[in-house]
Structure formats: C-alpha cells, structure tokens
Ligand binder design. Structure first.
Ligand code: ATP
Length: 373
C-alpha cells in the first residue's frame, strides 16, 4: 500500500514539531526517516499510524483519505524501540495477541491462529521458541517477536520506530540484514525511523532526511550521499570538512585556493561554503606540477591508525582551518607521513553552497554552485 503525506503540520502547544511536511511512499518500498533527535521522525510516524491528529494536511493510503480514521481502522503494524512484549505471556501468545483480541465475528479459529503463529515463527526464524517467555530471549530475538506480532494482524504496512536502537552493533547488523531479506520476501511497504545514517543507507530504498520538523531531502542512499541538497544533509551523512570563503566575479575563493564557477550573480560578493569528504582530500609531499590544480599547504597535527584506513588531522597554513583527510594504510606508508610534517593537499569533489536569506521565508535557502576545477 502506498502512503501519501500532504502538507502536514503538527504542534504541541506553541512548539511546532512538523512544518508543512509532504511525502510520497510508493507501495512495497523500504523507506528510512533519518534525522537528529527531535527532528520530528516519531511524530510523523505517529500521525501516519493515527495515534495523533495533524492540525493541517492529509494522510492518504493508496490515494484514499485516512486523516480522520481511527488507529484501528488504519490497520498499521507498529514496532517500537523498546519491544513492549507482554512479559507474562509466552512467545506464542504474544504473537497471537492481535488476533485473539478480535471480536468473535472477525476472530480466526484456534486452529487458524495456531497455524498463523507457527508460520510467523518460521518467518522470523524462531521456531521452537513458542513456549519461552520474553525474559528468556535475547534482545534481537525479542525484537523479531515484536515484528512477528506486528505482522500477525496482516497490516497494510509496517511502521518501525528505531526498531534496533537498543541493541548492540553486531545484533543490529544481523537484524538489518534479516529485515532487508524479510522485506524482499513479503514486499510490504515499510517505513522505519532511525538516527543512524549507516542503518538508513544500508537498508532503505529511499531515505527521507528530516531536520527541525521539515523534510530536507528525499532520495536514494546514493543520491543523498553524492548529491546532498544542502549543507545540513551533507554534514549529517558522514564526516565532512567545511571551508569558508567568498564567491565573486565567477570565482570562489577559499583562502589561497580559487575555483571557477558559473555563478550568475557575478557582480555581488557573497559568502560561500565548501564541503568535502575526508576521503576526497588528496595528500602529497609536493605541490602538483600542473599549476591549474589548486593545492594548499597543511600541517599534520595528528595521525590516527584505524585498521585499513589512516585519518589525518590537518591545519591549513593559509587560513588556519582544521580539517581531516583519510587514506589507505598503503598510501600512508608510501608517503611516510609524520605528525607535525607539512604536506600539500588537493581538494577533490568540493561542493559549494551560497546561502541566501530571502526576507519572505524564514528558512535560509542554499544554492549549490557548479564548479569547474
Ligand atoms: N507529546 C508531546 N508534547 C510536547 N512536545 C512533544 C511531544 N511529542 C514530541 N514533542 C516534541 O516534538 C519534537 C519532535 O519530537 P519527535 O519525537 O517526533 O522527534 P524524533 O525526531 O523522533 O526524535 P528522537 O530521535 O529523539 O526520537 C521534539 O522537540 C519533542 O520534544
């Protein structure tokens, strides 16, 4: 089932948790809501489930308006971070719960329930544990029971709120792989909340990046990582270096480094910000022979050996800005780098943004600049 969120706003007293949010989730997709704490992810999930009502906007399932429908009518499967399994019930009864509480008319027979629970236990790979109690399971197993319980009522789609948040890294990784597999098998629309960018990138077909109650960007993991819409998305997805400078007369100047741009507003001088991933910083012992290639000098303040990768903390000699570079261990050994040493760095894949503050909209808009190096 597809989900459509149209111009939703939600406030708690004077605090606006969601500001005019619109979103389209196609049927069968695995979509991540990614954003920092307090960005409105859970609020959006609760509105879609029908646990809260928006002040403005509509929520459509397969094109049908569900905004005023009751939570039960929406038939949504829900799993939260703190797996709220019933402690006094065994696993079988926990999974069967949603079916056994149905009215007599709609309740399946005992035999049907038994069959259903066993097929779900098989699906979540917990056959043989039907008679255990939640306290006798590991965190990862409990979370799979919670998923089985959500699936028992044959929901139209699944909403997962930080489903693996409370678990350790290894179990999280296993569950991620398992959820991806389950999604492939069932073809169900799944919307899950996470603040872990790696989890979103690894699992989702589409990632919705949220910040301060707004949607900043929607795209595939590839799109949002390589073509971030604005500095927030750029910074939120992994480590990043930031350089401040100015754009003027078709040139961006960041300290001694200068880059050509197609910026139309040539006569006006504006502040520009350059962003770059640490692995795009090229470190050499000498300046490039080709003078058209922009490079600056920097001092190595710290070297961190991180298994196959080496990270350098650097300080630019022209601007004193500090930044990071990452390289393979092999390249590091070839260059024989030492702390306090001076190196030449070339900036690859720099993304520039010019910030505009129009008087009408309160939020700044960022114009990505095309650059020719
Ligand atoms: N019932 C409520 N009453 C008042 N404020 C609320 C309520 N629920 C949420 N908020 C506020 O709305 C904002 C968004 O909360 P929400 O739980 O949606 O964020 P989130 O992105 O899911 O954060 P987290 O990752 O920490 O769970 C927060 O600032 C929160 O304090």
């Amino acid at each position: 089932m597809s989900i459509e969120v149209e111009n939703i706003s939600k406030s708690y007293k004077s605090f606006t948790a969601l500001k005019n949010v619109s979103l389209q989730i196609p049927e069968g997709e695995l979509v991540a809501l990614l954003g920092p704490s307090g960005s409105g992810k859970t609020t959006l999930l609760r509105l879609i489930a029908g646990l809260e009502q928006p002040e403005e906007g509509r929520i459509l399932f397969n094109g049908e308006d569900n905004t005023n429908r009751d939570v039960r009518e929406r038939r949504v499967g829900f799993v939260f971070q703190h797996y709220a399994l019933f402690r006094h019930m065994n696993i079988f009864d926990n999974i069967a719960f949603g079916l056994t509480v149905r009215t007599r008319k709609t309740r399946p027979s005992k035999e049907e329930i038994k069959e259903k629970v066993h097929s779900l236990l098989k699906l979540v790979q917990l056959e043989g544990l039907a008679h255990r109690y939640p306290s006798q399971l590991s965190g990862g197993q409990r979370q799979r029971v919670a998923l089985a319980r959500a699936l028992a009522v044959e929901p139209k789609f699944l909403l997962l709120d930080e489903p693996f948040g409370a678990l350790d890294t290894k179990v999280r990784q296993e569950l991620r792989r398992w959820l991806r597999h389950l999604h492939g098998k069932l073809g169900l629309t799944i919307l899950f909340v996470t603040h872990d960018q790696e989890e979103a990138m690894e699992l989702a077909d589409q990632v919705v990046v949220m910040n301060e109650g707004r949607v900043e960007q929607v795209g595939s993991p590839e799109e949002i990582y390589h073509h971030p819409a604005n500095p927030f998305v750029y910074s939120f997805l992994g480590r990043v270096n930031l350089f401040r400078g100015r754009v003027h007369n078709g040139k961006i100047k960041l300290g001694e480094a200068e880059f050509e741009t197609e910026w139309e507003n040539k006569a006006v001088e504006l502040p520009a910000v350059g962003y770059m991933r640490p692995h795009d910083v090229e470190v050499s012992l000498h300046a490039p022979l080709d003078t058209a290639i922009q490079s600056v000098q920097a001092q190595i303040s710290r070297i961190s050996l991180l298994g196959p990768i080496v990270r350098l903390d650097l300080k630019r000699l022209d601007t004193n800005e500090v930044f990071e570079a990452e390289m393979s261990r092999q390249r590091f050994l070839e260059l024989a780098l030492v702390e306090q040493g001076i190196v030449h760095v070339t900036f690859n894949n720099l993304s520039f943004y010019v910030e505009e503050q129009p008087s009408v909209t309160p939020a700044p808009t960022f114009i990505p600049l095309q650059v020719s190096v």
